[in-house]
Design a protein around this ligand. Structure first.
Ligand code: 6PG
Length: 491
């Protein structure tokens, strides 16, 4: 079919391959992406002017079927109908789902492409299943550009719905090594769960990059242009990734109004919409230590604690601080920061994959970690070269209990750990905060440890609460009669 706008509802009835509801930037861009790839796309927005604007501005990119009502929209879709919701997560999503479900028929498919909380997706999937509809919670990553040119797509929901939506979604996803960055992740909430953890990793990744920048600036004394250049160089090696690439761009940007580096005129309070926080909450429930992601979420929270920071900044005593890095040692220091960044980043990914495995076990999703590493190589915000190494690690050993145990990463850690320690010590002596560098190193050391102070905690718990403990040399549970003769009894 030739590009065009089909407005005559009698001729367009049942013609659209897919429909998009919600035409803010992400929704418009993904609708355009479908149209550009030869699909006839029905488009609907609560206020019709956005729909009109989309077809007026981009109608020449493919075939759009603008609909003024949800009923018209549904009627314009081929069966089984496929409607992709791109509205704000939460109540707006529920409202659109209800409207669509009322107008749809058995076997039709609703896809939620927003950043929904996976438990909401599980609830919605069950409710739609009861009505004979398919509900697919699909994580979509890549921001505005990704939506237009090829995002990474993480669809959950019933496996059989993937037969009807898979080829369509794959045709608009990013492609790496001839493989589309889209695959069925698992039933009900699996897609949104992995998107949530993707965002958690994104938070940690952004924070470690921030910590590296902060050290280069305030420990090594580099200026923004020099740091931008450093990140540009790093982006050609192990750290090659979208986030490192854009960091160089942001740091090189000069504010037109003041002539200062843009980063110096941006208020240093990081926002968050909630996916990072959800990742940590879910990890707490699953009992998985995602310390890097947790510290990254808390670092954003601390940055935004304005009233507290106003009182504490420059007031709390620092103690005796070390002197900044001698210019003669700069080069070595910069390389050590790169290694600390790389090591902390590996820990964040390892923890994220641990959480995904735990979620998959808890909800019987059967998520294959290789799939994730594969579809995160392109399109998404955390796309990075080393995801290839993660795919290889899980291909060699699908039951890998810790990513860091893979021979490739073990070898990498061998070369990183000394510098990582040095950087955490130096930052501490200089009084510069490195919450993710430091907590990731502690986590790593805890993983390495033969003995942990948890034995003492068990003793304390037994002392005040008779919670019992197990012994290293005998089976069973034991309790010491702390307020009696302190002999041990079997519990
Ligand atoms: C993506 C992004 C995207 C968005 C997040 C993060 O994968 O395309 O993660 O989903 O940028 O909402 O936003 P916050 O930093 O505001 O939580």
């Amino acid at each position: 079919m030739l590009p065009g706008i089909l407005t005559d509802m009698t001729s367009s009835a049942g013609m659209a391959h897919i429909g998009v509801v919600g035409l803010a930037v992400m929704g418009s861009n993904i609708a355009r992406n479908f149209a550009r790839n030869g699909h006839t796309v029905a488009v609907y927005n609560r206020s019709y002017d956005k729909t009109e604007r989309l077809v007026a501005d981009h109608g020449n990119e493919g075939t759009f079927v603008p609909a003024a009502t949800i009923e018209e929209f549904v009627a314009s879709l081929q069966r089984p109908r496929r409607a992709l919701i791109m509205v704000q997560a939460g109540a707006a999503t529920d409202a659109v789902i209800e409207q669509l479900a009322d107008a749809m028929e058995e076997g039709d498919i609703i896809i939620d492409g927003g950043n929904a909380l996976y438990t909401d997706t599980m609830r919605r999937e069950a409710a739609m299943r009861a009505r004979g509809l398919h509900f697919v919670g699909a994580g979509i990553s890549g921001g505005e550009e990704g939506a237009l040119h090829g995002p990474s797509i993480m669809p959950g929901g019933p496996a059989e719905s993937y037969e009807h939506i898979g080829p369509l979604l794959e045709s608009v996803a990013a492609v790496v090594d001839n493989t589309p960055c889209c695959t069925h992740i698992g039933p009900n909430g699996a897609g949104h769960f992995v998107k949530m953890v993707h965002n958690g990793i994104e938070y940690a990744d952004m924070q470690v990059i921030g910590e590296a920048y902060h050290l280069l600036r305030y420990a090594a004394g580099l200026d923004c242009a020099e740091i931008a250049e450093t990140f540009r160089k790093w982006n050609t090696g192990d750290l090659n990734s979208y986030l490192v690439e854009i960091t160089a761009e942001v740091l090189a940007q000069v504010d037109a109004a003041t002539g200062k580096p843009l980063v110096d005129v941006i208020v240093d309070q990081a926002g968050q919409k909630g996916t990072g926080r959800w990742t940590v909450k879910a990890a707490l429930d699953l009992g998985i230590p995602v310390t890097g992601i947790g510290e990254a979420v808390f670092a954003r929270a601390l940055s935004s604690s304005v009233a507290q920071r106003e009182q504490t900044a420059g007031t709390l005593p620092s103690g005796k601080l070390a002197s900044p890095i001698d210019p003669a040692d700069r080069e070595t220091f910069v390389e050590a920061v790169r290694r600390a960044l790389y090591a902390s980043k590996l820990v964040a990914y390892s923890q994220g994959f641990d959480e995904i495995r735990a979620g998959s076990d808890e909800y019987d999703w059967n998520i294959d970690p290789r799939d994730l590493a594969t579809i995160w190589r392109g399109g998404c915000i955390i796309r990075a070269d080393f995801l290839n190494r993660i795919t290889e690690a899980y291909t060699a050993n699908p039951d890998l209990r810790c990513l860091l145990l893979d021979p490739y990463f073990l070898n990498e850690m061998e070369g990183l750990v000394d510098a990582w320690r040095h950087i955490v010590v130096t930052a501490t002596e200089l009084g510069l905060p490195v919450p993710v560098f430091a907590s990731s190193l502690s986590y790593y050391d805890a993983l390495r440890a033969e003995r942990l102070p948890a034995a003492l905690i068990q003793g304390q718990r037994d002392y005040f609460g008779a919670h019992t403990y197990r012994r290293v040399d005998r089976e069973g549970s034991f309790h010491t009669l702390w307020s009696g003769d302190r002999s041990e009894v079997e519990a």
